[in-house]
Design a protein around this ligand. Structure first.
Ligand code: ADP
Ligand code: MG
Length: 358
C-alpha cells in the first residue's frame, strides 16, 4: 500500500514543537516491518505536517488493508479540518473570523469550536484563570503569534492589552452553537489546547474505523489506545531539558491515555541573554519566569491534558503542583535547581503509571 501523499506546507510554527517523543521502534512514514506480509502485521506509521508542526500516527494490528487506507486518508483530513477551524495563522479560519468579529452580537460556530471553548473553560476555572484563551493579544505582543515582532512590547502596551484578557468575557452558548464577546476587541488563541483536541478527534475517527491499537502524536501531545508493535504499552519518552540532542529523561508506559507536556525550553526567544517563554501569565501579561522547566500531564482526554499542562506551567512549581495534587492528577514536573540541573516532582498518580510492571 502506498500512503496518500501528504503535501508539505511551509509556514510559521503555530503550535511549537513537542517535549515528548515515542521511544524507539518508530518506522518511517507508512512503512511496514521488513519481511512481514500485510496479512501478518498490518502495522503502519502515518506522518505529515499539520498546524505549522508535525503529526505522527502509528497503528498496529489493523483489521485489514482497507482500514489502513481509510486511516491514511482520513487522518490528514481530520487534522486539516481542525486547523481550518482553530488556526490564528489562517485569516479565514473560524477562530480568525470570530476574532475579526469586533462586535458583541452572537457569532455562530461549529460544534467542535464549542467543545474546545468548553474544555478551555473547565481548565480556566480549575486554574483560577492561569489558562485563558483570551490572552491572545498578549501572546501576539510578545511575538508568539502570527505576526513577527522585532522588539519586546513596552509595559504600556501590555497594560493597555490586559483589560481585554479574561475568560469570562466569552459567553459560550452550546444550545445555539454560538459564542458572544463581552467587549468587541476580545481575541482568542487556542494554541494551548487545539493540538490536544486534534489528537482526540483523530482518536475518535480511528475508534470508529475499529482500530484498537494506535498512538497519535500531534506535535508532542499524545493519545494512545491498546498496545505497541511488541504488545506492550506505548512507550512515551519525556525529553531531558537542555540536552543538545533529544534524550529521554523518563519513559512513561501509556495505554488508553493521553499525555501532554508544556515547557519553557523549546519555544522561546532570547532577549538580552534572557529566555522569553511563550507561556504567558494572563494576570500580569508577562512570560513565565520561574524555575519550572516542564510539566507533563497524563489524563484520558488529550485536550484537557494539553490545557492543564499549559495551566500548571503558568501557575509555577508550587501552586501548579498543589493544584495537580489536590485534583489527584498524574503530573510530572522538572524544576531547575541551583546547580544547573533539574529536580523532579511527581504526584503519586504519576508514580503509579511509571512504576507499572509490564
Ligand atoms: P506547546 O505549543 O509547546 O505545546 P502549550 O500547549 O503550553 O505549548 O501552548 C502554548 C501556547 O498557548 C502559546 O504559544 C500561546 O499561543 C498559548 N498560551 C500562552 N499562554 C497561555 C495561557 N496562559 N493560557 C492559554 N493559552 C496560552
Ligand atoms: Mg497546552
Amino acid at each position: 500500500m502506498s500512503p496518500r501523499a501528504v503535501s508539505r506546507v511551509f509556514r510559521p510554527t503555530l503550535f511549537g514543537v513537542g517535549f515528548v517523543f515515542l521511544l524507539a521502534g518508530a518506522l518511517p512514514a507508512c512503512q511496514r516491518e521488513p519481511g512481514k506480509a500485510i496479512e501478518e502485521i498490518q502495522s503502519v506509521t502515518i506522518e505529515g505536517p499539520t498546524m505549522g508542526t508535525r503529526f505522527t500516527v502509528k497503528i498496529e494490528r489493523a483489521r485489514d488493508e482497507a482500514t489502513i487506507d481509510a486511516a491514511s486518508r482520513r487522518i490528514p483530513e481530520v487534522l486539516g479540518a481542525i486547523d481550518s477551524m482553530m488556526s490564528t495563522y489562517k485569516p479565514d479560519s473560524e477562530l480568525s473570523r470570530f476574532n475579526q468579529h469586533q462586535d458583541t452580537s452572537s457569532f455562530p460556530v461549529s460544534p467542535e469550536m464549542i467543545e474546545v471553548f468548553q474544555a478551555a473553560r473547565v481548565v480556566s476555572e480549575a486554574s483560577g484563570g492561569a489558562f485563558d484563551i483570551t490572552v491572545g493579544p498578549i501572546v501576539n505582543a510578545w511575538g508568539f503569534g502570527p505576526e513577527q515582532r522585532s522588539a519586546p512590547p513596552a509595559d504600556s502596551e501590555i497594560n493597555a492589552l490586559l483589560p481585554r484578557v479574561g475568560y469570562l468575557m466569552v459567553e459560550i452558548d452550546a444550545a445555539s452553537s454560538s459564542l458572544r464577546k463581552a467587549r468587541p476587541d476580545i481575541y482568542c488563541d487556542l494554541s494551548g489546547i487545539a493540538q490536544g483536541y486534534a489528537a482526540d478527534r483523530v482518536a475518535k475517527m480511528l475508534d470508529e474505523l475499529g482500530v484498537a491499537d494506535y498512538m497519535i502524536d500531534v506535535s508532542g501531545e499524545f493519545r494512545t489506545r491498546g498496545r505497541n508493535d511488541r504488545g506492550d504499552s506505548w512507550q512515551i519518552a519525556v525529553e531531558r531539558p537542555d540536552a543538545p540532542e533529544r534524550t529521554a529523561h523518563l519513559v512513561v508506559p501509556l495505554s488508553d491515555k493521553s499525555l501532554a507536556t508544556s515547557g519553557d525550553y523549546r519555544n522561546y526567544r532570547e532577549r538580552d541573554g534572557k529566555r522569553v517563554s511563550h507561556e504567558i501569565d494572563p494576570k500580569t501579561g508577562q512570560p513565565i519566569a520561574h524555575g519550572l522547566a516542564s510539566v507533563t500531564v497524563v489524563t484520558d482526554n488529550c485536550a484537557l491534558a494539553d490545557a492543564y499542562a499549559t495551566a500548571l506551567i503558568v501557575m509555577g512549581p508550587e501552586k501548579g503542583f498543589a493544584l495537580a495534587s489536590e485534583k489527584g492528577m498524574a503530573v510530572f514536573f522538572l524544576v531547575r535547581n541551583a546547580d544547573g540541573g533539574f529536580d523532579e516532582r511527581r504526584t503519586p498518580q504519576f508514580d503509579a503509571l511509571v512504576n507499572v510492571v509490564q
